[in-house]
Ligand binder design. Structure first.
Ligand code: NAD
Ligand code: UDP
Length: 338
């Protein structure tokens, strides 16, 4: 069924790739983004990839009047909700800003949706809701906990969605728990463009390989993992975007609260990632080992069977695809800088 999807945070990293996947699947798309961590040129780039642009409204999910106008003026059937602040370290320094933006913003969005009788939402949750898991792979029924205000916002929003569904079972809600999205669109036109020093591993590796950073700091080599460095489930952002289209298709068939992991099911260490990046891209990533980063866990990867069973979705892109596409994007950023 063709629908109009409101994509909050649609000029951001995951949102922009999901706009491409939605447009390619034949949906119409309207993006709402306040550009606090992205820029509007992304809309044109999405247009270049898809031969049609999504609609774009610069604005904030906390602005009720604006949201009401959007629902009045566009025939929105469903919301994909990516808008949020996501830097774990910043959230420790600025907890109120994180709760206000992420939790109040989501509440505002849900209340405006209900008033407009739009009752389908796909929400960006995170593997961070599993805290420090007792074992791997992680299934969706693992206990939830958190180590940061950012993680707490995800827990609270997950609970809000569960309570809402309990009270009003005609909603169609998805809580998608992403593992570690990396890579970029293979066109080299969209990708992740972190402001300042990247917190995440992959953009830091790419910037180091490009000579923008002297060396990568590896946060600890004494974990109980294959080589002592932290292990994560890295997932290509285009696979992740396709998972959203699958979740939307699923919700169109039923009124449900869906909770699924989106990952590859494979754990990769920091040293393995560096080696794959160097080998794939014939480049050099100098590094040094330092102490562990506060709050980091040793290992985390998904049990992906539920997503496969319910959504018919699984990742298809390889670690080499992730490294090659990140590198292409890094180089296209460099070439587009005056
Ligand atoms: P991003 O920062 O690239 O995208 C988020 C977008 O939301 C940005 O374009 C930003 O300008 C916008 N935004 C933020 N607050 C807003 C507001 N109040 N109103 C309107 N727009 C607002 O981040 P991303 O990596 O694309 O993440 C998207 C979502 O996925 C976030 O909710 C994030 O917490 C979640 N997530 C991300 C990861 C990851 O590793 N990238 C992992 C798990 C979950
Ligand atoms: N990491 C690292 N150096 C960096 C950034 C990350 O060694 O500059 C490690 C980090 O300790 C973790 C892995 O890379 O083991 C993934 O970190 P990221 O921040 O990308 O994801 P998260 O820890 O949130 O899963």
């Amino acid at each position: 069924m063709k629908t109009t999807i409101l994509v909050t945070g649609g000029t951001g990293f995951i949102g922009s790739h999901t706009c491409v996947a939605l447009l390619e699947a034949g949906h119409d798309v309207v993006v709402l983004d306040n550009l606090c961590n992205s820029d509007a040129t992304v809309i044109k780039r999405i247009g270049q990839i898809c031969n049609r642009e999504p609609g774009f409204i610069e604005g904030d999910i906390r602005d009720s009047a604006l949201l009401k106008n959007i629902f009045d003026e566009h025939n929105v059937n469903a919301v994909m909700h990516f808008a949020g602040l996501k830097a774990v370290g910043d959230s420790v320094q600025l907890p109120l800003a994180y709760y206000e933006n992420n939790v109040s913003g989501t509440l505002n969005l849900l209340m405006t949706m209900r008033a407009a009788a739009v009752k389908t939402m796909v929400f960006s949750s995170s593997a961070t809701v599993y805290g420090n898991p007792a074992s791997v792979p992680i299934t969706e029924d693992f206990p939830r906990s958190t180590t940061s205000p950012y993680g707490a916002t995800k827990l609270v929003i997950e609970d809000i969605l569960a309570d809402l569904y309990q009270a009003e079972p005609d909603w169609r809600l998805a809580r998608l728990r992403y593992f570690n999205p990396v890579g970029a669109h293979e066109s080299g036109l969209i990708g992740e463009n972190p402001r300042g020093v990247p917190n995440n591993l992959m953009p830091f590796i790419a910037q180091t390989a490009a000579g923008l950073r002297e060396e990568l700091t590896i946060f600890g080599d004494n974990y109980d993992t294959i080589d002592g460095t932290g292990v994560r489930d890295y997932l290509h952002v285009v696979d992740l975007a396709n998972g959203h289209v699958a979740a939307l298709d699923y919700l169109q068939q039923r009124q449900e609260l869906l909770t699924v992991n989106l990952g590859t099911g494979q754990g990769i260490s920091v040293l393995e990632m560096i080696s794959a990046f160097e080998k794939t891209n014939h480049c050099n990533v100098p590094y040094r080992i330092s102490d562990r980063r506060t709050g980091d866990i040793a290992k985390c990867w998904a049990d992906t069977r539920l997503a496969c069973q319910l959504l018919g979705w699984q990742s298809s892109r390889t670690l080499e695809n992730m490294c090659a596409d990140s590198w292409r994007w890094q180089n296209s950023l460099r070439n587009s800088t005056p």
